[in-house]
Design a protein around this ligand. Structure first.
Ligand code: G6Q
Length: 537
C-alpha cells in the first residue's frame, strides 16, 4: 500500500481536531464523562488497561481508528502472521509469533512448515535444561554445573537478562546466572570473578556468530576456562551455542550436538522466545518456560483477532502516534511498579528504538514526520525520588506507562499497598495536578504558591495485572512488540531491520588496527585523529 501519511484524509482530520483539543484539561474530560475511567479501559487477557488519563475524547478515538482503517492496519497486520517477507530491506519474513505457536499450528515459510522445527528445538532445549537442573549434566571434572554464563549482546543479551531478572522468583536458586555483553573486559572479568571453571557453563548466544563483542568475549571465556581446566576436550561439556550459523559454531570448537538453532525469520530483538531463551529455560524450568510462551501466544492471538477498538496493542500504538506526531512528545516513559521488572525498560528500549528509529519509509523516501519515540524508564517508586519532578513540573510532555500487579511475589507487611498506592497516586497527580487556589487554601506563603502548583494534564496509561509470572511476562512483552509493529505500519517504515547500527561498527574495525600500531594517525578528521592519538600517547 502506497501512501503519504501526512496527506491522508484521516491524518488531516486529526491535525484539525488536535487544534480543538490540545489545550483541553483532563479535568474537563473527566467532568464531561463521569464513567470515563471505565469507558476508556480494556479488560482482557487478565490485563486491565486504563487509558482514560489520556488527552483524548471520543472524537479523537474515532479519528485515530479512522486512521487505522484508512491505512488498512487490520489486514496489513496479518501479513506478519502469514509469513510474508515484510522485512523488505532484508528480504525476510518476520515470524517471532511462530515461536510461540502451539504444536498443532502450521505456518509455512516458502512452502515448509516451520512449527515442527520450532518444537524440535524447544524439546532439545528442554532436555538440556532438565539435565542441568537435575545435575545429570556433569562438568569435565565430574562436578555439577552451578554457574551459567550467557555471552551475547543486543538481542542475544537483553531478552535473556530481562527475563532472568523478571522471573528470578521462579528460578532455581542453586544456579548462579551471569550475563556478559560488553566488549569492555571488565564485564567478563567481573562475571567470572571467583568462579570455578569446572562448575561453569558458557552459552554463546549469537545469531550470526560473527559479532565482535560476543566473539571476543567467547574467546576470552575459552582462554579463561582452559587456564583452569587444561584440557581442550573439556570444552564440549562447558560450552554450548545458540546460533543460526552452524559452520562458525563448529569452527569455534563447540560440538554442534550442543548447538541450539534458530532461523533468519527471527530478528535479534524479537528472539527471546527462540533458543536465545535457553538461559531462561534453565533458570525457570521447562514448565514455566512453556507458560511464558503461552502468555506470548495469548497476546499474539488477541492482537491478530480482536477488533481494533478492543485491541490492546493497537490502542497503545495509536495513543503513541497521538503524542509523538501531534503533541510532539519526544519520549515515552515506562515505569514498572514491580522490582523484578527492573530491566524491562532497557529491554523495551532496544525493541522500540531499534525498530522504529527510522528516517525513511518502505520506498526509501525521507519521511516528513517524527518516527519512533525515545523509550526510557526505571522501576517505581525509585523514579519518584529522582526524575518524576520533571514530569510533574517540567516543561516537557512525557506520556507514561505504569505497570503494576495486584499481588506481590514477596508479600511482606504493607509493602505492596504502599507500592501500589504510589503507582495509582502518580497517575492521579500527573493527570489532575493541584491548582493555585488549592495551594493558597493550604496557607502557603504567597511567594511559594507558584512553586507548589501542579498544572496536571500529564497523560498516562496503567496496565494492571494480577501477579508477575511467566505467562504475564509473555503477555507484556508481546503487547509491546505488537504496539511497535502497528506504529511501524502506520509510519510505513520497516521496524525489522537495523541498518543504523552498521556504520559505527565498520569505522571501529578501521580504527582497531590504528590503535594497535605506533604510527601517528592523520587520515581522519581532526577530532577523530586527536582522540586516537591521545589514546595512543
Ligand atoms: C537486534 C539486533 C542486534 C543483535 C546483536 C547481536 O535486533 O539485530 O541487537 O541482536 O547485534 O547479534 P548476534 O546475535 O548475531 O550476535
Amino acid at each position: 500500500m502506497n501512501y503519504n501519511l501526512t496527506n491522508t484524509q484521516s491524518w488531516k482530520a486529526l491535525e484539525k481536531h488536535f487544534e480543538d483539543i490540545k489545550n483541553v484539561h483532563l479535568k474537563t474530560l473527566f467532568n464531561d464523562d463521569k464513567e470515563r475511567g471505565s469507558n476508556l479501559s480494556i479488560n482482557k487477557l487478565g490485563i486491565y488497561f486504563d487509558y482514560s488519563k489520556h488527552r483524548i475524547n471520543n472524537k479523537t478515538l474515532e479519528l485515530l481508528f479512522n486512521l487505522a482503517e484508512e491505512l488498512q492496519i487490520d489486514s496489513r497486520k496479518q501479513d506478519m502472521f502469514s509469513g510474508e517477507k515484510i522485512n523488505k530491506t532484508e528480504g525476510r519474513a518476520v515470524l517471532h509469533t511462530a515461536l510461540r505457536a502451539p504444536k498443532s499450528a502450521s505456518i509455512l515459510v516458502e512452502g515448509h512448515d516451520i512449527v515442527p522445527d520450532i518444537h524440535e528445538v524447544l524439546n532439545k532445549m528442554a532436555i538440556f535444561s532438565h539435565k542441568i537442573r537435575n545435575k545429570e549434566w556433569k562438568g569435565h571434572t565430574g562436578k555439577n554445573i552451578k554457574n551459567i554464563i550467557n555471552i551475547g549482546i543486543g538481542g542475544s543479551d537483553l531478552g535473556p537478562v530481562m527475563a532472568y531478572e523478571a522471573l528470578k522468583h521462579f528460578s532455581d536458586r542453586s544456579l548462579n546466572f551471569k550475563f556478559v555483553s560488553n566488549v569492555d573486559g571488565s564485564d567478563f572479568a567481573e562475571a567470572v570473578e571467583g568462579l570455578d571453571a569446572g562448575e561453569s557453563l558458557f552459552i554463546i548466544s549469537s545469531k550470526t556468530f560473527t559479532t565482535l563483542e560476543t566473539m571476543t568475549n567467547a574467546k576470552t571465556a575459552r582462554n579463561w576456562f582452559l587456564s583452569q581446566i587444561k584440557d581442550e576436550k573439556a570444552i564440549a561439556k562447558h560450552f554450548v551455542a545458540v546460533s543460526t550459523n552452524e559452520k562458525a559454531v563448529e569452527e569455534f570448537g563447540i560440538d554442534t550436538q550442543n548447538m541450539f538453532g534458530f532461523w533468519d525469520w527471527v530478528g535479534g530483538r524479537y528472539s527471546m522466545t527462540a533458543a536465545i531463551g535457553l538461559s531462561t529455560m534453565i533458570a525457570i524450568g521447562e514448565n514455566n518456560y512453556r507458560k511464558m510462551l503461552g502468555g506470548f501466544h495469548l497476546m499474539d492471538e488477541h492482537f491478530k483477532t480482536a477488533p481494533l477498538q478492543q485491541n490492546i496493542p493497537v490502542v497503545m500504538a495509536l495513543l503513541g502516534i497521538w503524542y509523538n506526531n501531534f503533541f510532539e512528545a519526544e519520549t515515552q516513559a515506562v515505569f514498572p511498579y514491580e522490582n523484578y521488572l527492573k530491566r524491562f525498560p532497557a529491554y523495551l528500549q532496544q525493541m522500540t528504538m531499534e525498530s522504529n528509529g527510522k528516517q525513511v519509509n518502505m520506498n526509501g523516501d525521507r519521511i516528513d514526520f517524527q518516527s519512533g519515540a525515545i523509550y526510557w524508564g526505571e522501576p517505581g517508586t525509585n523514579g519518584q525520588h529522582s526524575f518524576y519532578q520533571l514530569i510533574h513540573q517540567g516543561t516537557k510532555l512525557i506520556p507514561v506507562d505504569f505497570i503494576g500487579f495486584k499481588k506481590s511475589l514477596n508479600p511482606i507487611g504493607s509493602h505492596q499497598d504502599y507500592l501500589i498506592a504510589n503507582m495509582i497516586a502518580q497517575g492521579e497527580a500527573l493527570a489532575f495536578g493541584k491548582t493555585k487556589e488549592e495551594v493558597k487554601a493550604e496557607g502557603i506563603a504567597d511567594d511559594l504558591v507558584m512553586h507548589k502548583v501542579f498544572e496536571g494534564n500529564k497523560p498516562s496509561s496503567t496496565f494492571f495485572l494480577d501477579e508477575l509470572g511467566p505467562e504475564n511476562l509473555g503477555k507484556l512483552v508481546a503487547m509491546y512488540e505488537h504496539c511497535v509493529y502497528v506504529q511501524g505500519l502506520i509510519w510505513d517504515i520497516n521496524p525489522f531491520d537495523q541498518m543504523g547500527v552498521e556504520l559505527g561498527k565498520v569505522l571501529a574495525m578501521k580504527i582497531i588496527p590504528e590503535l594497535e600500531n605506533n604510527e601517528k594517525v592523520i587520515n581522519h578528521d581532526s577530532s577523530t585523529n586527536a582522540l586516537i592519538n591521545f589514546y595512543k600517547s
